[in-house]
Ligand binder design. Structure first.
Ligand code: KG4
Ligand code: ZN
Length: 350
């Protein structure tokens, strides 16, 4: 079985082909980073227009890749939500039209399920059950994955997502968009211990996160320094990055302890952060658990994870069917879900 995956939920146009027997065949990405850079964040209307411009040529390009060998697709998966409504509509309408035309199922999949399953595309994928830390620009959550498709959210951010905090903090420090990679890059030059920032919500029980206070703390610190020289920006960036990484790591260990799981999956854009990966690896080594994460390009938004999630859902067949529009369909009709909880696609009742 061969599935075409289409991702357009935010500012990346991603297209890929996944094959049940041969794994990931080809994946391509058209990033909109340059388009949004001057605004310091994603402008939804510009994102949607750029997906319209980019998506069909990218689909053509992927299908005609020599690795595909001219094979026809057996299904098309697209991101049905959560995400920006206009951006989602582009992927959903193109995918559903193609599915209708080709007479194959169109599978609307959950973007965060795509992130969560991305490590399955790697050579040594995790077995179930595991705990997943999903950290992206729009979400920060810890999920207990008891079995394929069985999701229980253990905790999530009550305000900003981790990636959002990186992006906003970078903007305050005059760094470029997206903020995560920009902060990580300059933090390498930072002096440890010049600033120490709080680890929010770690001194009380629970698995929720809050990053907006940390963002404000960073802003206050930056203002107190007056004119910011490069070294001070690096020192603040490092203090911020260490605070986010420590906070995420503390909650991950707590979640593993609470659930008794021995595997931790990290996924989503912030999962590309080297310091976070190293910290979690070191800590898991000490506690006898193991960390799994996809290569950096499959941490951030991409079509490969959507193709795989489509395949995964095709095999499970069940849960999305309870929701109109999320079922397997090739009628040309489709729905999008800009707000959509991961627990709603769970195969087992909570
Ligand atoms: O998963 P993603 O590509 O898109 C969403 O679904 O939101 O995540 C994007 C987020 C951005 O906020 C970006 O700043 C952050 O991931 N990010 C990083 C790194 N690379 C991307 N954050 C920290 N360190 C990184 N290396
Ligand atoms: Zn994402």
């Amino acid at each position: 079985m061969r599935i075409l995956g289409i991702e357009t939920s935010c500012d990346d146009t991603g297209v890929a082909i996944y094959d049940a027997d041969h794994g990931l065949i080809v994946h391509r990405l058209a990033s909109q980073v340059e388009l949004h850079r001057e605004y310091g964040g994603v402008v939804p209307e510009l994102a949607a227009r750029d997906h319209i411009r980019t998506l069909l040529p990218l689909v053509d390009n992927v299908l005609s890749d020599s690795a595909n060998g001219g094979r026809k697709m057996d299904a098309i998966a697209y991101t049905a939500g959560p995400g920006l409504a206009g951006a989602l509509l582009v992927g959903a309408s193109v995918a559903s039209s193609l599915a209708y035309g080709w007479g194959v199922p169109g599978l609307g999949v959950h973007h965060m399920e795509g992130h969560l399953l991305a490590p399955m595309l790697e050579a040594d994928p995790p077995e179930f059950p595991f705990v997943a830390l999903l950290v992206s620009g729009g979400h920060t959550m810890l999920v207990d994955v008891a079995a394929p498709g069985a999701y229980r959210i253990l905790g999530q951010s009550v305000d900003d997502a981790a990636g959002e905090a990186f992006d906003k903090t970078a903007k305050m420090l005059g760094l470029s968009y997206p903020g995560g990679p920009a902060i990580a890059k300059i933090a390498v030059n930072g002096m440890p211990n010049r600033f120490t920032f709080p680890r929010p919500m770690t001194n009380r029980p629970g698995l929720d996160f809050s990053f907006s206070g940390l963002k404000t703390h960073t802003l206050t610190t930056a203002r107190q320094q007056g004119e910011l020289d490069d070294q001070t920006v690096a020192d603040i960036a490092l203090a911020f990055e260490l605070a986010v990484v420590d906070t995420l790591a503390i909650k991950c260990q707590r979640a593993l302890k609470l659930t008794g799981r021995k595997r931790l999956v990290i996924a989503g854009g912030v999962g590309a952060n080297t310091r976070l990966r190293e910290k979690l690896e070191n800590e898991c080594l000490k506690t006898g658990s193991r960390v799994y994460y996809p290569r950096p390009e499959l941490c951030t938004d991409n079509g490969a994870m959507i193709a795989y999630a489509g395949y995964f859902r095709f095999r499970l067949q069940s849960s999305y069917e309870e929701h109109p529009g999320r079922a397997l369909q090739n009628t040309g009709a489709f729905d999008i879900y800009p707000r959509w909880s991961l627990e709603d696609v769970s195969t087992t009742a909570q």
